[in-house]
Design a protein around this ligand. Structure first.
Ligand SMILES: Cc1cc2nc3c(=O)[nH]c(=O)nc-3n(C[C@H](O)[C@H](O)[C@H](O)COP(=O)(O)OP(=O)(O)OC[C@H]3O[C@@H](n4cnc5c(N)ncnc54)[C@H](O)[C@@H]3O)c2cc1C
Length: 286
């Protein structure tokens, strides 16, 4: 349980962090909350020779809400959970964050660390997909924005380059006729998702005019549920319409089975939790 030796740097600016990343190349790892990286190092699943601790970079921390919502990569789950204005404009995010781990985990874990790590059972990736998040990253080539749809590429893999840093996440505020929700079947010990579902719905003239659903926990990476979305769009969003649409959940994805839940059980729970998240999102949109 003792990690291999590493050198430690604590830059105070993004520019300094990027320069350290370039200098040390593949040997270096960013350290944020440390709740995924440090256990992996203790188990020797990861042995970076250099840790670049970004916790002193103040510009990476905090939530700004104006035309949209901008969340710094280093913002902890606790800071998100206790932001009342954020909860009112992004209810699915607030709901998901309140269900992460326990208070110690939420006090240390960061949104940027979670997205970069892309754990297949993490909650935030599903929310990012449903809310069409834009993930801002910066590297030696400058700054770019990656849509959540393009960000999660495989299990523990993302579109982030090794010399890039996530700096912030941008989400739209919910407007009139829009609703979002998160519903999770949590592992009883870690609280990671066995199945977690984030749903966004827009109603126009009594019909569902837009819908996005992200599922985590069930497969190797968080994915959209486009068959469900297409089935719901154009409907009246009634309980019957939601049930019919939710029956398509899990159709276009690989579903995993392990000691916690078989493939068949996860598939069944994916349909159940898609229905629950949609029901809440539609109720909030009305
Ligand atoms: C007991 C326990 C229970 C948990 N339960 C849940 C749960 O229920 N749901 C859930 O979603 N999560 C859960 N987590 C995960 C936790 O909430 C954190 O989100 C997660 O550990 C990653 O965030 P971090 O800040 O700790 O990242 P770190 O561990 O510091 O880093 C993780 C990875 O991301 C990279 N990284 C970090 N920040 C950046 C950045 N800004 N740019 C580029 N790369 C970066 C690091 O180099 C590393 O590879 C749990 C963790 C523990 C220990």
């Amino acid at each position: 349980m003792i990690p291999s030796a590493f050198s430690y740097h604590a830059p105070t600016s993004v520019a300094e962090a990027l320069s350290l990343l370039q200098q040390h190349g593949d040997e270096a790892k960013i350290l944020a909350g440390g709740h995924s990286l440090l256990p992996a190092m203790k188990l020797r699943l990861a042995s970076p020779g250099v840790l670049i601790d970004i916790n002193q970079i103040a510009e990476l921390r905090g939530v700004v809400i104006n035309g949209n919502v901008n969340i710094g990569a280093l913002t902890t789950w606790s800071a998100i959970e206790t932001d009342g204005e954020l909860a009112s404009v992004c209810p699915a995010l607030a709901e998901a964050v309140a269900l992460i781990g326990d208070i110690q985990v939420r006090n240390r874990g960061t949104i940027g660390g979670s997205l970069a790590h892309a754990d297949p059972a993490a909650d935030a990736p599903a929310v990012m997909l449903a809310l069409n998040a834009q993930i801002r990253v910066t590297g030696p080539g400058g700054t770019r924005t990656i849509a959540a749809d393009d960000f999660f590429t495989d299990m523990l893999s993302t579109a982030l380059e090794p010399d890039e840093l996530i700096t912030s996440i941008t989400l739209n505020k919910l407007g009139a006729g829009e609703g979002s929700a998160y519903s999770k079947f949590a592992h009883p010990a870690s609280r990671y998702a066995i199945v977690g579902v984030a749903a966004y719905v827009k109603l126009s003239g009594g019909k569902v005019s837009a819908c996005r659903i992200g599922v985590t926990g069930a497969g190797p990476k968080a994915v959209r549920q486009t068959a469900v979305e297409q089935a719901l769009i154009g409907s009246d969003g009634s309980a019957e319409a939601i049930a019919a649409a939710a029956a398509h959940a899990g159709e276009e994805m690989d579903i995993l089975g392990d000691i916690h839940a078989s493939e068949g059980y996860r598939r069944a729970m994916t349909k159940v939790y898609v229905k629950r998240a949609l029901t809440s999102a539609v109720a909030r949109a009305r």
